[in-house]
Design a protein around this ligand. Structure first.
Ligand code: FES
Length: 104
């Protein structure tokens, strides 16, 4: 399955992401700039912030209750479709998802 990250400068990177792998893990493994994942996915750093492309927002779903608190402390300002990418796990319906790495 594929996911695409769009950087603040418009550069795009598309990666193969295995089912069950979080978008944070996939991005960190390939060194996508701006996705740090400092806490390793335990919802305590907010450095994996991405803005889900509006076309994919409904399928990706909104933030979980404990995720929404962390989204209030992201470095880049929270957007309506902001998510913490450690909480988005690849699944069939997300094949092709596009997320934006926010400008900080
Ligand atoms: S990796 Fe730390 S909150 Fe997502």
């Amino acid at each position: 399955m594929k996911a695409t990250w769009i950087l603040p400068d418009g550069q795009q990177t598309t990666l193969d992401v295995a089912e069950g792998t979080s978008l944070m893990q996939a991005a960190v493994a390939k060194g996508i700039p701006g996705v740090i994942g400092e806490c390793g996915g335990s919802l305590s750093c907010a450095t994996c912030h991405v803005v889900v492309d509006p076309d994919w927002a409904a399928r990706a779903g909104g933030p979980l209750p404990f995720e929404t608190d962390m989204l209030d402390v992201t470095e880049a300002e929270r957007q309506p479709t902001s998510r913490l990418s450690c909480q988005i796990r690849m699944r069939a319906e997300l094949d092709g998802i596009v997320v934006h790495v926010p400008q900080v």
